[in-house]
Write a protein that binds this ligand. Sequence first.
Ligand SMILES: Nc1ncnc2c1ncn2[C@@H]1O[C@H](COP(=O)(O)OP(=O)(O)O)[C@@H](O)[C@H]1O
Ligand SMILES: [Mg+2]
Length: 428
Amino acid sequence: MGTIFLLPEEVRSKISAGEVIEGPAECVKELMENSLDSGATRVEVEVLKGGKRYILVADNGEGIASEDIERAILGGATSKIRSFEDLAYLRTYGYRGEALHTIASVSKMVLRSRFFQEDMGREIRVEGGNIKNIRSIGMQVGTQVEVFDLFYNLPLRQAFMSREDTERNRIYKVFKLLALANPHVSFTLKAEGRTVMSFTTSQLPERVEDVLGGRYEHLSHERDGIKLNVFLSVEKGKGEVYLFVNRRPVFNRGLVEYLKKLTGKKYNCLCYLELPPYLVDVNVHPKKWEVKLKVEGKIKEMIRETIRKVNYPKPPSLIKQEEVKYKVEPRLIGILEDTFILAVYGDYLYFFDQHLLSERYNYEVKKENPDRACRSSIKAGQKLDEETARELLKRWLYLENREVCPHGRPIYYRLYLGEIYKKLGRSY
Ligand SMILES: Nc1ncnc2c1ncn2[C@@H]1O[C@H](COP(=O)(O)OP(=O)(O)O)[C@@H](O)[C@H]1O
Ligand SMILES: [Mg+2]
C-alpha cells in the first residue's frame, strides 16, 4: 500500500491560509482591499486586541449579490478575473479569490452584504470554514466583515502571532498605506474602542499631509502615458520612501533604493506612478506587495528629472548645489489691505501676515528677543513695495520655523488650490 494520499480539502485550505494571512494586519489589508475594489467611498476599520480578538471592516461599496454570497467564501472564488491573461489588465487589488476563503477557514467570521440592486442584505456566519447560518437582514448597501478570534482553530499559528501592540502597529501601517493610495475615499480606524485615525475625502496632496503630518512639496511629471507625482517632506524626516503604482502601495527594490539615493535618505519621499497596467507585473509576490516594472529605466529617468527641480532650502548632499537651478520660490500675487502678502507656493495660496513674518525673521535670523523683534518689525498697515514683499517671502523659505511668530501666532493662512478649483467645478 502506498503512503501517498491526498490531503483533505479542509487541510489544504489551512495551508494556504498560512501563506496569505500571516496575522491580523494581512487580514485587515485583504478586507480593506476588497472594500476598495467594491468602489466604496467610505471604509471603516475596527480592531480589538491588536486584531487578534476582533476585526471589523465595513464599506459602502456595491455589495455582494445575495446569490453569490456563499460563493464568495469558496477557495478560488473571485469576480475580478476570469483567466490568467486578465492579470495583464488588472485594475483591482484582489484577483486570486483566496482572502475571504482563507479568513473564513481560520476564524469565526460574519459576512454581511447588501448588493446595490437589492432591497435586503444577507448575513452568513462561518466557523473554521463551515457555514453555520445564513439569513436575510436589513442593512445599508455595502459590506461588513467581522473576524473573531483569528487562528482559534490553529493553536500553533495563534501562538506565533506577535504581541498585541506589534500587531496593532502593523495594522496602522497597512491602514495608512491604503489611505495614502486612495485620497478620494474616507477612512476611519478604531482600536480598542478609540478612534485613532480618521481621514475625510480629499485630494492627494492634502491626504499626504493628513496621514504623515508635516508639509510636503509636490512635484509632477508626465511622459508617454506615464504619470508621476512625487511628494518630498519639507522638513527632514526619517528618509522613508513610499511607492505606489496605479494606486497600489508596492515595493520595488530598484526604485526604492534609487529614491533613497536621490533624497539622501534625509527627507521622506512618496512616489506615485500611474502607468498602463500591462507595464506592471503584480503577480511576482503578491503577499509582499512586490511589483516588476517593464520600464524601470525610463521611470528612474523621469524621477531624476522631477526631483532635480526640488526646492530644498538646504539641498541634500546628493543633489549637487549647481543642479538646483529650478529653485521654486513662493510667487508673489499681491498685497492686501497693506497687511497680507498673497503668494502661491506649491499647491496652496498663502496669506502671510507681513508683521508676523518679519517678526519671525528678526527673532530667528537677527537673534533679537521676542519684544525687540516685534518692535523692529514691519507693521500691519505699513505700505510695502513688491520687492520688499518678495524679499520677505524668500527669507521665509529659509526659516527654521515657518509656522508661528515668536509669540506663537500663525504666520500664514493658506488655501489648497485644488479646493478653489473644486468649488468652481473644475478639476485640479
Ligand atoms: N467588501 C466587498 N464588497 C463587495 N464584494 C466583495 C467584498 N469582499 C469580497 N467581495 C467579493 O468576494 C470575492 C472574493 O473575495 P476575495 O476572497 O478577497 O478574492 P479577490 O479579492 O481576490 O477576488 C470578490 O471577488 C468579490 O466579488
Ligand atoms: Mg480580495
